[in-house]
Design a protein around this ligand. Structure first.
Ligand code: SF4
Length: 244
C-alpha cells in the first residue's frame, strides 16, 4: 500500500526583533509649531539608518489622486487586500487630502531601491525602508511632533508575508497565513514600530510630489514592464513623512 504523504509543514510568520529595543526616553515637549532645525536632525537620523537624503517640503505640495490608489487594483497588485496597510482598507485619496491639509510641513526621504534587483533584494528593501520611515516618524514624535505620520512602499511584509519562503509555501499548497490582524487572529500588529502603508495605497502621488519639490533625481528609474505591468510602481524611491 502506498505510503500516505506527510502533511507539509505550515509556514510560520517570522516576526523580527523590534529595533531598537524599547527605551525610556525623556518626556517630550509637545510642539504646536515647527522648529526648522529639527528637520535637518530628522534627515540626519534617517540617513544614519540608510536613507540617501531628505528634504523638508510644505505639506500642500504633496499631490494626492485616487488614480494612484486605483493602481493597486488595476492591474491588481498581489498585495491588494492583504493587510490594513493596503486598499481597500487604507485611506482613500480624498480622506488623505483632508488629513494632509491639516499639516504644514512634511519630509521627503530618499531611499533608493537595491541594485541588482532580485525579488529577495526587493523583499529586504521593503523591510528596510519601512524601518527607516517608521523610526524617523517615531523620532519626530520623540521631538514633540506627536502627529508625525510616515508612508512607505509596497505591501506590508514585516512578519514574513510575501517573503520568498511564504510565496513558495503558497505555491506548493502549504499553509501560509495571511495578516493575522486582518484575519482577527491577533488584536494588534506586533510590528507597529515599522508598519506603515505605502504612499500609493493612500493616494499620494510621489512622482508629482517629488517633481514639485525639484527632487525628480531621487525617484527610482522606471521599472521594467513585467508580465504586462510596470513592476513596483509603489516603490518610487521617495517616501513622505508628515511632521506638523
Ligand atoms: S500589519 Fe502587522 S500583522 Fe499584518 S502583515 Fe503587517 S506586520 Fe504582519
Amino acid at each position: 500500500m502506498a505510503k500516505k504523504p506527510e502533511a507539509a509543514a505550515e509556514f510560520q510568520l517570522q516576526w523580527r526583533e523590534m529595533i531598537p529595543e524599547r527605551q525610556n526616553r525623556k518626556a517630550v515637549t509637545i510642539r504646536t509649531e515647527a522648529d526648522e532645525k529639527h528637520f535637518q536632525e530628522l534627515i540626519d537620523f534617517a540617513r544614519g539608518l540608510g536613507a540617501r537624503d531628505g528634504i523638508a517640503v510644505k505639506a500642500e505640495e504633496i499631490v494626492t489622486t485616487e488614480v494612484m490608489r486605483l493602481k493597486c487594483r488595476i492591474p491588481t497588485c498581489w498585495g491588494y487586500n492583504s493587510s490594513f496597510s493596503c486598499p481597500p482598507h487604507s485611506a482613500d485619496a480624498a480622506a488623505m487630502r483632508t488629513i494632509i491639509d491639516e499639516y504644514e510641513w512634511a519630509l521627503l526621504v530618499s531611499i533608493p531601491p537595491p541594485d541588482p534587483d532580485s525579488y529577495e533584494d526587493t523583499f529586504e528593501h521593503m523591510y528596510k525602508l519601512k524601518e527607516i520611515v517608521g523610526r524617523t516618524e517615531v523620532e519626530a514624535q520623540y521631538k514633540g511632533y506627536l502627529r508625525s505620520m510616515g508612508f512607505t512602499g509596497g505591501p506590508c511584509t514585516l512578519c514574513g508575508i510575501f517573503s520568498p519562503e511564504w510565496i513558495q509555501a503558497r505555491k506548493t499548497g502549504q499553509g501560509a497565513p495571511l495578516c493575522p490582524l486582518l484575519t482577527r487572529e491577533l488584536p494588534f500588529c506586533t510590528q507597529y514600530y515599522h508598519c506603515r502603508p505605502a504612499a500609493q495605497a493612500v493616494g499620494i502621488d510621489v512622482y508629482y510630489t517629488a517633481k514639485n519639490a525639484g527632487w525628480e533625481d531621487h525617484l527610482s528609474a522606471p521599472q521594467p514592464v513585467v508580465a504586462g505591468r510596470v513592476d513596483w510602481p509603489c516603490l518610487p524611491g521617495v517616501y513622505p513623512i508628515l511632521i506638523i
